[in-house]
Design a binder for this molecule. Structure first.
Ligand SMILES: *Cc1c(COP(=O)(O)O)cnc(C)c1O
Length: 485
């Protein structure tokens, strides 16, 4: 399996080669030269597999340059009941992403798929845990080292740190805005005492952290000398790991391959739902892929109108589903590549418009940049948005009627899913976090604290290890240099 860049000016690469990198050298994103297909017989066989074996079957179609026995061992090391142990009453940890019927009315059914039972209580663990093991495996082969450098406003940084802690050959340097994360998120990250984890609290906001990461990334000499890498949401291996749970959700919610399901996905950077798109392109019988956004509705606007309009930071709102507060969706280019019939020239022209005009319009209306919007339905995509008040109302309603506390992002998903129910097509809503992570809003909605999984009761009281720093690139470079000797 070879990987090509959406922009069409980079050499084809293998899975292992793109594993440790980010963007392709031409500024594009990598995708497989063609999507592997899943036959009816395979799908039937996959119904009998454990999550780890299913992950192996999916991964081996994409990571063709890793020996199968090694891949199988990596899948089994990653997807264990012990790693995904933060289940709720009634859930079975061995299922890794257990399903639970939320509501059934007039033949219309909503099922929740729990993706948030891993170490940091958010769905990013599903992919990041695999990435940690893949990195360690690949680096050990070449006796190499990697220093992961990134910025986080909460979920990504902690998922990366919990995936890389104690891994040989890997260090993590993670910037976060000093005193701007929730107490729970801060404690989760800063209580890690592993010698290969470095938390840097920057006196500034998230954008300052992001700018520092960009500045270091643009210093190619420093980057090469210090073996700096990233684990952001465009990482291809993360996307592939996420493809697995779409198969798992489908296989668990159906009894035969002629049934279809739909998925609603709380969306920000389009990484999660992009994996759903890929599963569908592989032949998984998905009816609709519903993108749910919060007040930051870049994606909802596109799927309703065909207009993609990146937001300036003055129009990017800080909401109570903060992991979806994005102004542009970094994985979106992967879908647009397919939508344009994999025409890299056309794709490059459209993303040039994003740079120069802040977006593009594919509505087909006079003066627009194209008419590809009329093809959206072929890909099953639709969308909706949710506001803070919707979120509170959904959390209350789900608690009252079904006795389940859902987190704010999942609440956005449920709100939007209800707009797209059809009889006889089960709607699977991806549960992307546990409510304990976003307790402030749970208190607001329910007047009490969210339940915490065992082991998290006193997390805020644990000793914390972190460095406070000004938003100063030279200082952070010196820090990295001093700790990578
Ligand atoms: C990251 C995140 C999302 C958004 O996922 P994308 O892949 O960026 O679309 C949604 N919910 C939670 C809890 C997250 O951490």
């Amino acid at each position: 399996m070879q990987y090509v860049s959406t922009r069409g000016h980079a050499a084809a690469q293998t899975f292992s080669h793109i594993l440790l990198g980010g963007l392709a050298p031409d500024g594009g994103l990598y995708l497989p030269a063609e999507y592997p297909q899943v036959s009816d017989a395979e799908l039937t066989h996959w119904r009998t597999l454990s999550y780890a074996d299913l992950a192996f079957e999916v991964l081996k179609k994409f990571a063709t340059d890793i020996p199968e026995a090694d891949l199988k061992a990596l899948a089994h090391k990653t997807y264990t009941a012990d790693v995904y142990r933060n289940v709720r009453a009634g859930e079975n940890a061995a299922q890794i992403t257990p399903l639970r019927v939320l509501e059934e009315k007039n033949g219309k059914k909503i099922v929740l798929q729990a993706l948030s039972n891993g170490p940091t209580l958010a769905f990013k663990d599903m992919a990041m845990q695999l990435l940690g093991n893949l990195f360690e495996y690949t680096l050990a082969k070449d006796n190499a080292e990697l220093n992961i450098f990134g910025a986080t406003s909460g979920d990504t940084g902690s998922a990366a740190e919990y995936a890389m802690r104690g891994k040989k050959g890997v260090r993590v340097f993670m910037l976060s805005p000093y005193k701007k994360m929730s107490a729970f998120q801060t404690a989760q990250m800063f209580s890690l005492q592993d010698p290969n984890i470095f938390n840097i609290a920057v006196k500034g906001v998230f954008d300052d952290c992001q700018d520092m990461v960009k500045a270091v990334s643009n210093d190619h000499a420093f980057k090469a000398a210090k073996k700096i890498g990233t684990v952001n949401s465009i990482n291809w291996a993360r996307v592939v790991a996420q493809v697995v749970y779409y198969f798992r959700g489908y296989l668990s919610a159906t009894t035969s391959n002629d049934q279809k399901v739909s998925f609603t996905v709380p969306s920000g950077n389009f990484g999660n739902i992009c994996a759903g798109h890929i599963a569908r392109m592989m032949g998984l019988p998905i009816d609709k892929l519903v993108a749910a956004t919060n007040e930051n509705d870049v994606l909802d606007e596109f799927f309703r109108t065909g207009v993609y309009r990146v937001r300036p930071s003055s129009e990017t709102y800080h909401t109570s589903s903060p992991s979806m507060d994005i102004s542009k969706a970094s994985n979106f280019e992967r879908f647009i590549y397919d939508l344009t019939g994999r025409d890299s020239k056309r794709l490059s022209a459209l993303f040039h418009l994003v740079e120069t005009k802040g977006g593009f319009d594919l509505s087909g209306k006079p003066g627009s940049d194209g008419d590809e919007f009329h093809k959206i339905a072929e890909y099953g995509f639709c969308s909706g948005k949710s506001t803070h008040d919707d979120r509170l109302a959904t959390i209350r309603d789900v608690q009252k009627n079904y006795g389940i506390t859902v987190d704010t992002h999942t609440a956005d998903g449920i709100k939007v899913a209800r707009e797209y129910l059809t009889p006889d097509v089960t709607m699977i809503v991806l549960e992307t976090a546990l409510p304990a992570k976003f307790n402030e809003t749970i208190r607001e909605a329910l007047g009490r604290d969210a339940e915490r999984p065992a082991g998290f009761e006193n997390i805020e009281a644990l000793p914390q290890k972190f460095e406070v720093m000004d938003a100063d690139v030279a200082q952070v470079k010196a820090y990295i240099a001093a700790h990578t000797e």
